[in-house]
Design a protein around this ligand. Structure first.
Ligand code: GLN
Length: 448
């Protein structure tokens, strides 16, 4: 713990943490030490974890990196925090992220951007950018983030880590600050597949709060983890490979891994996914609609910030929300409200729901005929800080490879590619069938 705290101090300029729980983490470590001596310690004893600042931890602030929640303290813990603590993990702090997890560069945070440890002039990715950098810069052992449309996979890709999003419904969303509820999933950013498997095993499974959770028993992911060598069938999307704007380095790495997989005895074949151009618009229409509804609760009365200039109910709503939310969040609330409004609902929301079904069915059809889909995680490596502010649409389009799994609820993982020393890191993504986390993790071990 001391070591990680020292790293956090030495790298404070990266802005990865909104708060480090220094004294508490040290005290907790001493307690766990005692348990270790007594032989009563849990499965995560000694694992030092950071949590994204949209995950509730009782008695601690939880801000979603928004001014509107700047003074909000959680009055209960999320299911996942309870489970991590019950197994004696040490939570070292809460990590910076895009405001309400809306973004892909961590630049929409009220607390300012996070810097990529590989090149401080570049973004760490997002929205779990602080979480990714906390692992990248050795400020903790593993990080817990959330992934709505790529927010653990893409920052992991930018920061040379493993980013894993399980199947929708695998891990409880109870106590996770909602962005788009039919997409949000908890995920992990780790340096090893073993850690991803162990954390999944501890966090997954039913609770009494999240009705979208599947009820099935949780497999023993960590003990069942083994490098998979049996021949597998892997599909890659023809349209993804031909995508203009795909960084040549990433394209080469994808082609090389296709060859390597073939050489290792796997079957690798191209498939057509004719909906690739529609995944981003479908994702943004639906997530903005859900966000506008979820964020209606921040009214200046129930939670967080209330404008000091408010004089009556309407001005409390208007001023608190106008002053409390940042530009990107406001953009999404307004677009989402428009999408859901009478007269436009069918043209946008209903249509996007239909499109989501087609995307899911097509993805299922592809996965009926193979074990995994291989794609880049993102079209390019980490870009320069400040670029996104000029054009949000550029950032939306960069989610093209991660949102397919989110729209269809499939588990997906971003695995770092070995790059030359001093080259920017990036990852490749594997998508698996719903609830095939074990197969995905096992295969990832061979793939790495
Ligand atoms: N970049 C995507 C968005 O802005 C994904 C965010 C996320 O997964 N939380 O919606």
């Amino acid at each position: 713990v001391k070591n990680y705290l020292a790293q956090a101090k030495a790298n404070v300029h990266l802005n990865a943490f909104n708060e480090v729980f220094e004294e508490e983490a040290l005290a907790h470590a001493i307690e766990i030490d005692e348990k270790l001596k007594a032989g009563t310690a849990g499965k995560l004893a000694g694992m030092v974890i950071s949590i994204k600042d949209n995950i509730l931890y009782k008695g601690h602030k939880a801000t979603a990196s928004s001014k509107i929640l700047d003074n909000y303290t959680a009055i209960y813990s999320s299911t996942i925090v309870e489970r991590l603590l019950a197994e004696d993990a040490v939570i070292i702090g809460r990590c910076n992220c895009d405001e309400f997890a809306m973004g892909a560069s961590n630049e929409s945070s009220y607390y300012g951007p996070v810097k990529n440890h590989a090149d401080e002039s570049r973004v760490p990715g997002g929205s779990s950018g602080g979480s990714a950098v906390s692992v990248q810069a050795g400020m903790c052992h593993a990080a817990i983030g959330t992934d709505t449309g790529g927010s653990v996979r893409q920052p992991a890709s930018f920061c040379n880590a493993i980013g894993f999003k399980p199947t929708y419904g695998r891990i409880s969303r109870h106590g996770i600050i909602a962005y788009a509820s039919s997409f949000d999933q908890v995920g992990t950013i780790t340096n090893s597949i073993e850690d991803a498997a162990l954390l999944l095993e501890i966090m997954a499974g039913k609770d009494a709060f999240d009705s979208t959770l599947i009820q099935a028993e949780v497999p023993a992911y960590s003990t069942e983890l083994k490098a998979e060598t049996a021949p597998k069938k892997i599909a890659y999307l023809r349209e993804a490979l031909e995508r203009p704007g795909l960084d040549p380095q990433i394209k080469d790495a994808l082609l090389k891994s296709i060859e390597d997989l073939k050489a290792a005895g796997h079957t690798v074949e191209p498939v057509s996914f004719e909906y690739l151009d529609y995944v981003v618009p479908t994702y943004y229409i639906l997530t903005m609609a859900e966000a506008s509804s979820n964020l209606a609760r921040y009214d200046g009365v129930h939670y967080g910030y209330r404008s000091p200039k408010a004089t009556d109910l309407m001005s409390t709503y208007k001023l608190s929300r106008s002053e409390g939310f940042g530009v990107e969040v406001k953009r999404r609330i307004m677009l989402g409200t428009f999408i859901l409004s009478a007269g436009y609902y069918d043209a946008y929301y209903t249509k996007a729901q239909k499109m989501r079904r087609l995307i899911r069915e097509k993805t299922e059809e592809i996965l009926d005929n193979c074990d995994f889909i291989l794609t880049p995680t993102a079209p390019e490596p980490a870009y320069k800080l400040g670029r996104e502010e000029k054009d949000p649409v550029v950032a939306y389009l960069a989610d093209i490879f991660t949102v397919q799994a989110s729209l269809s609820g499939m588990p997906a993982i971003s695995l770092p590619v070995k790059v030359e020393k001093d080259a920017l890191p990036f990852g490749l993504q594997l998508v698996a069938k719903r609830f095939a986390e074990q197969e995905l993790l096992n295969f990832s071990k061979t793939f790495l």
